[in-house]
Design a protein around this ligand. Structure first.
Ligand code: DON
Length: 321
């Protein structure tokens, strides 16, 4: 079915979502990374970027928060750009674990078959794959350049977050070396882990995440810069990865209720992709037990339902002015 939505309707839905959930106090800031516990838990922003680059936003959309696990999407894209879709599948995998993002049990259970670049283990493996192998400086540059291309502007490392996370990432250290045990890490484990920790500590804005979402929705062309960041054939691969595991063990409930593939981070950000239509991002620090922002989920779900949009509807959507 053909469906028309006006920019005014989107603006209304975005503002209503912000008004409705601004005073919600459910969830709490992540505290296993000490820096995140100290971020102002009242911050709340929503940004929508359409595939023509038009941005609709409200609230704290210019605040730089820790990108955390949302960066797993960006680096999965980099690996897809450098290796192609088949290699990502054979070297990491594209399957949901159904377990928490930092699960060690998942690695033990799946030692002989692939996982996904969107949980910690797969994301550390993805960092290990980034070329050129063995060169931490050049690999880091490739990761940051890729995020910049996808977002239309550069992320900025939050030094204090990087320090905080490096001092407390004992679980991830175990994951990196367990991957080594199963030959599922493709560079030095400590180097790969450090790159992963650093990429998680990048400061990003909700607006930048919505532009990245729109770049994926727009088949690899960044609508703000007009640049083709990745081959159009990779777009459905990326959206499928996000669909299956973007909210970890809560992914099914999320997709069922919101209709949009999205990826969360414990910094409070989420990035959603509605192919052919828009990228959407929301940011609010308090998270639920699965590590997903409470208010960001409520806001994105509200907007999708209010506009009657779903990736599963089969509708062909046109945005009118
Ligand atoms: O590795 C970690 O635990 C953090 N750097 C990122 C985790 C995360 O964001 C999970 N997502 N919701």
């Amino acid at each position: 079915m053909k469906k028309e939505i006006s920019i005014t309707q989107i603006e209304q839905a975005v503002h209503e979502a912000h008004d409705l959930y601004r005073d919600n106090h459910d969830g709490k800031n992540a505290d296993y990374i000490p820096y995140l516990a100290g971020v102002d838990s009242q911050l709340f922003g929503i940004s929508v970027c359409l595939t023509d680059g038009h941005i609709i936003e409200v609230g704290d959309t210019q605040y730089r928060f820790g990108i955390e696990s949302v960066s797993k999407v960006h680096t999965a894209i980099l690996v897809l750009r450098q290796y192609g879709a088949d290699k990502l599948l054979s070297m990491i995998g594209a399957d949901a674990t159904g377990l928490p993002f930092n699960s060690i049990v998942a690695i033990l259970l799946e030692n002989d078959h692939p996982s996904t670049p969107l949980v910690n283990a797969g994301a550390i493996a993805a960092c290990s794959m980034v070329q050129p192998t063995g060169n931490a400086i050049a690999k880091w540059k490739a990761i940051v350049d890729n995020i910049t291309l996808l977002s239309g502007s550069a992320p900025v490392l939050i030094d204090e977050l990087y320090k905080s996370e490096s001092e407390t990432n004992f679980n991830n250290r175990s994951i990196a070396w367990l991957l080594k045990n199963y030959n599922r890490i493709y560079d030095d484990p400590d180097l790969s882990l450090d790159l992963y920790t650093r990429q998680c500590s990048l400061g990003i804005t909700a607006e930048q995440l919505s532009v990245c979402g729109a770049t994926i929705a727009n088949k690899g062309v960044n609508p703000k810069t007009g640049q083709q960041v990745f081959d159009a054939s990779l777009a459905p691969k990326i959206t499928s990865l996000i669909s299956t595991v973007g909210f970890y063990e809560r992914t099914g409930d999320w997709l069922y209720t919101s209709g949009i593939p999205a990826k969360s981070g414990v910094g409070g950000g989420i990035l959603g992709v509605l192919p052919g239509v828009m990228g959407i991002s929301a940011f609010a620090p308090p998270i639920d037990e699965a590590g997903n922002s409470v208010k960001a989920q409520l806001a994105v779900r509200y907007i999708m339902n209010k506009l009657g949009l779903s990736v599963f509807s089969g509708d062909s959507v046109t945005i009118t002015v």
